[in-house]
Design a protein around this ligand. Structure first.
Ligand code: TYM
Length: 330
């Protein structure tokens, strides 16, 4: 049995990119793997949410994880800050992480550009905290979207470095995982880059059908192809990227042929895409509403998850302390 671990930062509601990149197919793995799903609230502090927002976002991700199909009886579903052992392992791994390599990571450079007034040390050491999240449960596979590939490389590097430094074969090297396929990058609806929580270009699991339809109908397109079989510009290819995942192969084929023969009507394409996205999201949206009102259930799930996660985390930290050479005097 393999250990699978997936995390989502608590900085807002889950969007279609989070769901398709790190949740949808992976909930199926719960039944024959040892799965951990967690809410990365320590990580969200790198952008300084207010206390009220922090708690609200953690709760929302918990609700949406459950609505998306995580079974807390099969998987360990927990909040990162409920497991302080992660913070200790992060501190220990920080001693073997070097300024140069941290400064060179794409996500650090991106964030530093986006929030020049708040380039905190947490942003710099973000990949170290991620590595701690992963290796604390000895994860083999980490379902992530394409944007996290470099962070996974760093996690492997830190695991290997720890083993080399102490001359042990203790940590495994985790791999970024998507069923043997390429990691996915779900594009935003504005034609630029990936779908993100803060980019204003997302479809959210908590969005009502009418909102989803409106967002998709407004997605950026172009004037349409003028030559048969022309190469698709990015804005159009983006809509097909989403369609490839949410629609049937026949539907995709139909619209690709229409594009190739210059007969495509973007209005029809978007209507179909909206239909298929709604079909995917509607049942999750319904469950979000049901679970959201059940405080008792949420509290039970979080408590049970924290206990299970702490057990595994405490064992790792104890062993790491021994490897490093900490000994008690009492
Ligand atoms: P976060 O919260 O930005 O995103 C959570 C997961 O969703 C994936 N994702 C996407 N996949 C495809 N297309 C997109 N447009 C898209 N946007 C987001 C992300 O790749 C990710 O898998 N640092 C992480 C959270 C984290 C974590 C971890 C993940 C903390 N510790 C340990 C795995 C293991 C993050 O900010 O993800």
């Amino acid at each position: 049995m393999e250990t699978v671990l997936s995390g989502i930062r608590s900085t807002g509601n889950l969007h279609l990119g989070n769901y398709l990149g790190a949740v949808q197919n992976f909930v199926k793995m719960q039944y024959d793997n040892n799965c951990y799903f967690f809410i990365a609230d320590y990580h969200s502090l790198t952008t300084h949410p207010t206390p009220g927002d922090l708690h609200k976002s953690v709760r929302q991700v918990l609700v949406e994880y459950l609505a998306a199909g995580i079974d807390p009886e099969k998987s360990t579903l927990y909040v990162q800050s409920d497991v302080p052992e992660i913070a200790e392992l992060y501190l220990l791994l920080n001693m073997n992480a070097y300024l140069g390599e941290l400064e060179r990571t794409t996500s650090f450079k991106d964030k530093a550009r986006k929030q020049p007034e708040n380039i905190n040390a947490g942003l710099l050491t973000y990949p170290v905290l991620m590595a701690a999240d992963i290796v604390i449960h000895h994860a083999d596979k980490v379902p992530v979207g394409k944007d996290q590939e470099q962070n996974l490389e760093m996690a492997r590097k830190f695991a290997r470095r720890f083993n080399n430094m102490y001359n042990v074969e203790y940590f495994k090297e985790p791999v970024a995982y998507n069923f043997g396929k390429e990691l996915v990058k779900i594009p935003g609806l504005d034609g630029t880059g990936k779908m993100g929580k803060s980019e204003g270009n997302g479809i959210f699991l908590a969005d009502e059908e009418a909102v989803i339809r409106k967002k998709i109908m407004r997605a950026v397109t172009d004037a349409g192809p003028t030559e048969p079989n022309s190469v698709m510009p990015e804005v159009i290819a983006n809509l097909f990227t989403i369609m490839d995942i949410v629609s049937t192969p026949d539907t995709v084929k139909f619209f690709k042929e229409k594009y190739a023969s210059c007969e495509i009507r973007y209005g029809d394409l978007k209507k179909q895409l909206a239909e298929d996205v709604c079909k995917l999201i509607a049942p999750i949206n319904q469950r979000i509403k049901e679970i959201d009102s059940d405080n008792e259930y949420l509290s039970k799930v979080a408590k049970q998850g924290a206990e299970k996660a702490r057990e595994s985390a405490a064992k790792t930290v104890k062993e790491v302390r021994e490897i490093i050479g900490f000994r008690k005097f009492y």
